[in-house]
Design a protein around this ligand. Structure first.
Ligand SMILES: Cc1cc2nc3c(=O)[nH]c(=O)nc-3n(C[C@H](O)[C@H](O)[C@H](O)COP(=O)(O)OP(=O)(O)OC[C@H]3O[C@@H](n4cnc5c(N)ncnc54)[C@H](O)[C@@H]3O)c2cc1C
Length: 381
């Protein structure tokens, strides 16, 4: 059951989605154009501060409410959620691990959307194995000097501040002890080298970032202590995985909704295709996946909101919901026949967007490994 506040927020967002977003998605998506006016409305809704505590200007929403917002938006255009999600993961690193001065300096500007950005972890040579990163920060007086390349960074072009994972000690063993996380605002030495082209997840920019003798003040090192960056970056990924799972539910739901409608309108052999058993089997499986994925997301969000460790539950939700989006989008395409392959309907977009959720915030191969490790750790023989 939703709280009255939650209902109010979800209703307002749903009205905006139907009135202003749905009619424009196809055009913006196919042109791969950044949705400036939608970003302005998302600022007004306070979405850039959705999970930032109220004392720093955010809405202070629990992960449970936040994930419902993400699902609702993803039912209409999944790309929009990417504009504020990795931004909020950056904010959560500051909230959880930043000094009081860092919280005061950054969180209100993140919450208003004045300063937007995301996470810069991945490099051309490594994504899953983050401890192999090569971007280097070297202390120089009151600053650090950073050199390296980050790639696939969401909001890389339109964002202006990133939680940047670097190596501060190349010799550290284990390797993660030599890693640190900085808040890096764009400035001299920090450039966008190129926009990356994708099959889906259009409208939101993914970019390669170059750091060439980029100077950042030591006060921008999150927590002002070297060697904790890996822990700080991974700490935010639980919320990130709940978010990706919530997106998966949104795309899976959208594929189901379109299919249920189309299956009643399309007739073959004298009856609507929803009366053919082969189509009924698909719809039954699709609806069950949606429901199971939603419950897994709710469960992970509940544990996260209780302040408990939820890497296993967030991993299960992320794994299952993203696979549900992939399977439902494929089935929706089959149910729509040739129209599913047309760029005039939305089904083809779900089909192009869904695979991203199996890769982002830790691949689904890694999610299953995380789940298994936690299973063993929680159940010693
Ligand atoms: C559209 C998009 C947006 C993104 N946004 C961001 C962003 O904002 N910030 C950011 O930092 N990154 C971002 N990424 C990068 C994303 O997080 C990485 O792509 C992801 O972590 C996987 O890393 P990789 O691509 O280097 O794959 P690799 O690590 O090279 O993995 C390749 C394959 O090997 C498998 N594999 C790797 N190691 C193991 C293992 N130990 N056991 C079993 N299988 C393994 C993987 O599951 C995968 O199937 C984005 C990516 C995309 C496509």
């Amino acid at each position: 059951m939703n709280s009255p506040d939650e209902d109010q927020i979800l209703d307002a967002i749903s009205r905006w989605l139907e009135r202003d977003v749905r009619p424009q998605v196809k055009e913006l998506e196919h042109a791969d154009r950044y949705p400036e006016s939608m970003v302005a409305t998302m600022k007004e809704f306070g979405l850039f501060g959705a999970t930032i505590p109220r004392e720093y200007g955010g809405l202070g929403l629990p992960a449970g409410t936040y994930s419902k917002i993400v699902t609702r938006i993803s039912e209409v255009w999944m790309s929009l959620t990417g504009i504020f999600n990795s931004h909020l993961i950056m904010a959560s690193a500051v909230t959880r691990f930043g000094t009081e001065a860092q919280k005061e300096a950054f969180l209100p500007r993140f919450a208003s959307g004045e300063l937007r950005g995301g996470l810069a972890l991945t490099e051309p040579d490594c994504g899953t194995d983050l401890q192999a990163i090569r971007t280097r920060a070297v202390r120089d007086g009151d600053d650090y000097v950073i050199n390296g390349t980050k790639t696939w960074i969401s909001n890389g072009i339109h964002g202006s501040c990133f939680a940047l994972l670097v190596k501060t000690d190349l010799e550290a063993e284990p390797r993660h002890r030599g890693m640190s996380l900085f808040l890096a605002e764009k400035g001299p030495g920090f450039t966008v080298s190129r926009k990356l082209e994708k099959i889906g997840y259009k409208g939101i920019d993914s970019a390669e970032l170059i750091f060439d003798n980029y100077r950042v003040p030591a006060s921008s090192l999150i927590g002002e202590a070297e060697g904790r960056g890996f822990h700080h970056a991974l700490g935010g990924l639980e919320l990130g995985r709940i978010n990706v799972a919530a997106r998966g539910v949104g795309v899976a739901n959208a594929a189901l909704k379109d299919s249920v409608r189309y299956a009643q309108l399309r007739k073959t052999f004298g009856k609507p295709i929803c009366e053919h058993q082969a189509i009924q089997l698909k719809l039954g499986e699709m609806a069950t996946r949606c429901e199971a994925a939603r419950l897994l997301v709710e469960n992970a969000a509940r544990i996260y909101d209780a302040g408990e460790r939820c890497d296993m539950e967030a991993g299960m939700a992320k794994y299952f919901a993203s696979e549900a989006a992939l399977e439902n989008s494929t089935e929706a395409m089959r149910i729509h026949g040739a129209y599913g392959y047309s760029t005039e309907l939305d089904v083809e977009r779900y089909y192009r967007d869904a695979p991203l959720m199996c890769i982002g915030e830790g691949t689904n191969e890694m999610q299953r490994i995380i789940i298994a490790r936690q299973l063993v750790a929680r159940n010693p023989a």
